[in-house]
Design a binder for this molecule. Structure first.
Ligand code: SF4
Ligand code: SF4
Length: 435
């Protein structure tokens, strides 16, 4: 006897049932299930005001999940229906490919056309100027702690001024973000306040990331009013902190967090301050107390899974080669590099370009240029000074660098996830029951 066809889920074509199902899934945070139901609801009743609201909420939920390319059609529709909604407008503006970026590029090494997207790391072109070529700490997840140290030094002011002037002339975006750090602690630089002032005088944005293990100069830095200060922190007890921020002093960090608040109040600085909490298996219980302190001080708080760097050590780890200098830290990560790559692969296709080469230029303290912010070793620099070649020539050098081949082959490039790719892995069934 022939098998009976499986009955369709009740209400599959009824927009009201679909709307209710999608709304409930969205409220439960089940974005993957909500989206196909919302699409069906929209097809069935495009003019229903309840479904218009649902579409807006789907767009914002996709945006908040960093699925910006999937969010775009929903946000575009919502902006048409609610032109005065500032939240929708801001999300749409951020999710759109900015005007200064070409939509595609041909990778000269593979011959493939790769799509660009709105960069996640910043809403303008990013110049990383590593003004201090080293750090006072030795974190085992960082090349300063787990790799043989490269030559150290501070960028001098004449070089800094020339770099800044060249950025002013050729930046793709009118107000680039200047990160004054990469593998160095910027607050060690004696001229940091003046550097911040010069960046801002040129209409650019000055961003800092600091471990806050410093004893002098904080007041002057805050008075210079950097646009952003990220406090990079791991544990929130001396035991966990001293392991993952090796050589660091948590009490000094806490005192400096309070000093930052006081200096902002005194100077009227408008700096956005936030703590980036690096989460390991060993410090998950410390999120609440650090968040409480940030709340008290009026700082943002963003927990993030700690990751292993630099990229050279990541690729070795993926190839099964251990690093004797990492002090066993890989076992304490929430995800090993291999697990992180496997998880990322579930959401990505190979159609996108890496934003660390299309939206970023990294300048070392001696003026040389790195392939991207994740690499550390001499062979992964571009072999030229930033002042010696124009933007197009430096970008060409990045696209010709063979290390990107190895990075891309391992799935380590920086590209966004896509809903369809995630759904294909998580949800083999074609139909979601709306009830
Ligand atoms: S504080 Fe930052 S730059 Fe310094 S060693 Fe740690 S991770 Fe590296
Ligand atoms: S593909 Fe990899 S090595 Fe190349 S720029 Fe991107 S992250 Fe860096």
């Amino acid at each position: 006897m022939a098998a009976e066809p499986a009955p369709s889920p009740a209400g599959l074509t009824d927009p009201t049932v679909l709307w209710a199902g999608a709304t409930a899934r969205l409220a439960a945070g089940q974005l993957m299930e909500a989206v196909p139901l919302a699409k069906l609801a929209l097809q069935g009743a495009p003019d229903d005001p309840r479904i218009a609201v649902l579409g807006r909420d789907v767009g914002l939920a996709l945006f908040n999940a960093s699925l910006w390319e999937d969010a775009l059609p929903w946000l575009t529709r919502a902006a048409g229906q609610e032109p005065g909604n500032p939240v929708v407008r801001a999300a749409l503006d951020r999710a759109r490919l900015p005007d200064y970026l070409p939509a595609e590029v041909t990778d000269p090494r593979s011959g493939k056309r790769l799509e660009r997207y709105s960069p996640r790391e910043g809403d303008g072109y990013i110049y990383v100027i590593d003004v201090v070529g080293t750090c006072n700490l030795r974190c085992p997840t960082c090349p300063v702690g787990n790799t043989e140290l490269r030559p150290r030094g501070f960028m001098d002011m004449p070089l800094f001024d020339q770099v800044l002037e060249k950025i002013r002339r050729e930046s793709p975006s009118p107000s680039p973000v200047i990160n004054l750090f990469n593998w160095g602690e910027p607050l060690l630089h004696p001229n940091l306040p003046e550097m911040i002032r010069r960046i801002k005088a040129l209409g650019m944005r000055a961003h800092l990331s600091s471990n806050l293990n410093i004893k002098h100069g904080l007041a002057e830095v805050i008075a210079a009013n950097p646009d952003e200060l990220k406090i990079s922190i791991s544990g929130f007890s001396p035991e966990t902190y001293s392991r993952t921020h090796a050589r660091g002093n948590l009490e000094l960090v806490k005192a400096n967090m309070r000093a930052v608040r006081a200096e902002i109040d005194k100077s009227g600085a408008t700096t956005r301050v936030w703590a980036g909490h690096h989460i390991y298996k060993t410090n998950q219980h410390e999120m609440a107390p650090l968040k409480a302190m940030c709340d008290e001080l009026g700082f943002g708080y963003s927990p993030m899974a700690a990751f292993y760097m630099p990229l050279e050590r990541v690729l070795e780890n993926l190839e099964g080669r251990e690093n004797p200098r990492d002090n066993g830290i890989v076992a304490e990560l929430l995800r090993t590099p291999g697990e992180a790559r496997a998880a990322a692969a579930l959401g990505r296709s190979d159609r996108f370009d890496c934003e660390l080469r299309f939206n970023q230029t990294v300048i070392n303290h001696d003026g040389t240029v790195a392939l991207c912010c994740t690499v550390y070793e001499a062979q992964n620099m571009l072999g030229v000074s930033f002042l010696d070649e124009d933007f197009a020539a430096l970008e060409a050098r990045k696209y010709e660098h063979s290390f990107c081949d190895r990075c891309i082959a391992s799935g380590s490039q920086y590209v966004p996830a896509e809903l369809e790719v995630i759904t294909a892995h998580l949800q083999p069934a074609a139909v979601v029951d709306p009830t």
